[in-house]
Design a protein around this ligand. Structure first.
Ligand code: SAM
Length: 310
């Protein structure tokens, strides 16, 4: 892998997006596997689209994310259709001095159209993706009536084009389903990348992740016949993730510091130590040397506490 690898950025954003961790995750993933790249928690899809596998199963419990990528795969969402939609709606946003955002939000909460999803995702406050108890999108406007300026629309259209090229060159399938269904359908040759919501952190209608979910996931992953990589948080200066020792210590673990930029929550204000848990020994042959220097690899069964520094 080149040190100058350019990260492919998808057109939608979400909390916990791994844009800045993609090259690390890529360096850990086996470069050759004959099966499918399987993501039970695809979110924005940034990891899969940078791994760029020939075959992929990409799933999430959030139907809006899945509908959006299905619409790209079906060529309903294309750079041309996105441009004409954003020019038209962006113009109304400007002329209404921002009020049109709330018209689109109400429309989206009624019909769930993927174009409206993109519009809201790219003009809401802080690029957040948050849904209320009834499943309605409830993020306020970013308060920039000029949001959809020509250069910004072009940037989004280019992102749609890049993702659409990747999807159309490979065999990609998108499913709205619980992670258990996705993991139940894997083969030995597949490679799983799991990025569940971080326990005790961001929570909303589609990210209701508690200890039971974390235990169930650990149980499923301990039984899979293929390789897996799991992203989780190791700790920040205030606390350490208690499940690292309780649930994941039988696997390999790599950790690295990371600074989150999306959202206004705790993870945003502090650097956080991220962990990758794997059920195979990561070889890291392809990783740039400065990246390897920052990583700490712990063997299975190593006690991660109390002396290991965060
Ligand atoms: C941290 S995000 C994934 C971020 C993604 N890796 C990225 O870089 O954009 C977690 C995702 O898990 C999804 N999710 C939450 N609970 C789930 C469940 N039980 N089954 C499947 N997906 C779930 C959420 O909708 C969210 O998109």
């Amino acid at each position: 892998m080149s040190d100058f690898y350019r990260t492919i950025v998808p057109p939608i954003k979400c909390q916990g997006i791994k844009t800045r961790l993609v090259s690390w995750i890529r360096s850990v993933a086996p470069s050759r596997f004959t099966g499918r790249w399987v993501e039970p928690f695809m979110g924005s899809g940034v990891v899969a689209f940078n791994i760029c596998p020939g075959k992929a199963i990409l799933a999430d419990s959030n139907p809006h994310v899945i509908n959006f990528y299905k619409a790209i795969a079906a060529e309903k969402i294309t750079p041309i259709s996105v441009r004409s939609f954003l020019v038209r709606e962006g113009d109304q946003l400007l002329r209404s001095n921002g009020d049109h955002y709330y018209v689109v939000r109400e429309r989206f909460n009624q019909y769930g159209d993927p174009f409206d999803f993109l519009f809201l995702n790219r003009s809401c406050f802080n690029g957040l993706m948050r849904f209320n108890k009834k499943g309605g999108f409830n993020v306020p406007f970013c308060r920039k009536p000029h949001r959809f300026a020509p250069a910004y629309i072009t940037k989004i259209c280019n992102q749609v084009k890049n993702i659409s090229n990747i999807i159309n060159l490979g065999e990609y399938e998108f499913y709205c389903q619980d992670f258990s269904t996705t993991i139940n359908n894997i083969n030995e040759e597949d490679m799983i990348y799991c990025d569940p919501p971080y326990i005790a952190r961001h929570s909303d209608y589609f990210n209701n992740w508690d200890e039971n979910n974390e235990r169930k996931l650990a149980n499923f992953l301990s039984l899979v016949s293929c390789k897996f990589i799991l992203s989780t948080w190791y700790g920040n200066k205030y606390r350490k993730n208690p499940f690292i020792d309780a649930l994941w210590s039988e696997f390999y673990m790599l950790k690295q510091d990371h600074f989150y930029h999306v959202g206004a929550s705790e993870e945003n204000r502090n650097s956080m130590t991220e962990a990758l848990i794997t059920n195979f020994e990561p070889l890291l042959y392809d990783a740039p040397s400065e990246m390897v220097e920052q990583m700490i690899l712990l063997e299975p069964g190593t006690s991660y506490t109390p002396n290991s520094s965060i």
